[in-house]
Design a protein around this ligand. Structure first.
Ligand code: PLP
Length: 398
């Protein structure tokens, strides 16, 4: 007799985005013809640049000839792409060999799947507010204890390491949703903690390329000792516009040590997991990824990131001019605002929608410490972002 995995019953309802859609639709029905502007979604909007399109076309053309056709390829990813990523880390002073880099179909699946190679009894620390995938994937897998590290104004939304021993620590920097970026000193505290307790840090660097301040770390491996205790997950989604193309990678250093295993074992287990449950990223996407890492690709991607960061500036300046307290948006495509007059996140959502016709994301949807905050996203066409900010400035009654 089949039985369902009861852990699914323990998940918080997938309430956030469905509730946003429900309230937006209700507003549209009651106010036909009113234009709704969206500053809420973490999805890229700009076209891929020419060098990446050329790379993707190369991938397609190769499939058109038997002599260059490829079917299944290495589950770990195209060797050229693994090497190109290794070379990019090297240029940044980081040693991550191709054998330590696993190509995937994106950071979301990797952040969800990585927990499967660790003991089900592991205690898991996450930031609060948090990218929900870290929590839900661990609950589905039956992990018993989630430890919430509070991110609040007082600590600049970057927590200190847990006050007790935990086994796995998820860190996201630049952070979704708060837009905060951990400094080297802040990350060093986590690395020291993890080395001390033989914990593993899972570092989600999906927004690393949005960092403008050269002093801020774009990789956990900028911190000495981290290759013994940290796995890094990254993606082409936000850095190269691959949200729909799908391509990411995970670095699992050979030198990782856990309480019950020595060097090499975690890398071996992730390899086992991927070769068992994953059949490799799309060969077309990987050709695109190679193009994105070329000099020309990097130059073009940087321009698109600058475009989104200009949007962030427009939103930040507009909100600040109204006296709203705004965090983030300097080294990340997210802005995290304190709701005016201590409105709840959802009260502010309704107010913003009804008065300015703008949709954003209530902070409470990311965890209890998101209550009283609100996330704006810098992804969007410039004209739409400018129009939304103009509307907020003109119509939001504070
Ligand atoms: C923190 C974080 N990690 C990962 C992802 C997903 O990345 P990918 O598109 O590579 O699956 C997102 C997407 O919004 C994100 O915000």
């Amino acid at each position: 007799m089949a039985k369902i995995n009861k852990n699914y019953n323990k998940l918080q309802a997938g309430y956030l985005f469905s509730e946003i859609t429900k309230r937006t639709k209700a507003f549209q029905t009651n106010n036909p013809g009113v234009e709704i502007m969206r500053l809420g979604i973490g999805n890229t909007t700009e076209a891929l640049p020419p060098s990446i399109i050329k790379g993707l076309r190369i991938g397609v053309e190769k499939l058109a000839q038997a002599s260059t056709y490829t079917g299944y390829t290495d589950e770990q990813g195209d060797k050229r792409l693994r090497q190109a990523l290794s070379d990019r880390y090297k240029k940044r002073g980081i040693s991550a060999g191709a054998a330590e880099i696993f190509i995937s179909d994106g950071a979301k699946p990797d952040t969800a799947n990585i927990q499967s190679i660790f003991d089900v009894k592991s205690t898991v620390a996450v930031q609060d507010p948090v990218y929900p995938v870290y929590v839900d994937s661990n609950i589905i897998a039956g992990k018993k204890e989630i430890y919430y590290m509070v991110c609040e104004e007082k600590n600049g939304f970057i927590p200190s390491p847990p006050g007790k021993k935990v086994d796995l620590i998820y860190l996201c920097s630049p952070n979704n949703p708060t837009g905060a970026v951990a400094t080297k000193a802040q990350l060093k505290k986590f690395v020291d903690y993890a080395l001390n307790f033989k914990s593993i840090i899972i570092f989600d660097a999906a927004y690393s390329e949005y960092i403008q301040d050269p002093k801020l770390p774009r990789s956990i491996y900028e911190i000495p000792g981290s290759s013994k205790c940290a796995i890094e997950i990254n993606s082409f989604s936000k850095s190269a516009g691959f949200t729909g193309v799908r391509l990411g990678w995970t670095v699992v250093p050979i030198g990782l040590i856990t309480e019950t295993s020595g060097p090499g074992k975690v890398n071996e287990l992730w390899n086992r997991r991927q070769t068992t449950m994953f059949n490799g990223a799309s060969n077309i996407a990987q050709e695109g990824g190679l193009a994105a890492l070329s000099l020309e690709g990097q130059r073009e991607c940087k321009k698109i990131i600058e475009y989104y960061m200009d949007n962030a500036k427009v939103i930040k300046q507009g909100l600040k001019s109204l006296g709203i307290v705004v965090f983030g948006g300097m080294n990340a495509p997210y802005l995290w605002i304190k709701t005016p007059r201590s409105l709840s996140s959802w009260e502010f959502f309704d107010k913003l929608l009804s008065e300015a016709h703008v949709v954003g994301t209530p902070g409470s949807g990311f965890g209890p410490h998101g209550e009283g905050y609100f996330r704006f996203s810098a992804f969007g066409h410039k004209e739409n972002v400018q129009k939304a900010v103009r509307n907020i400035k003109k119509n939001l009654k504070l």
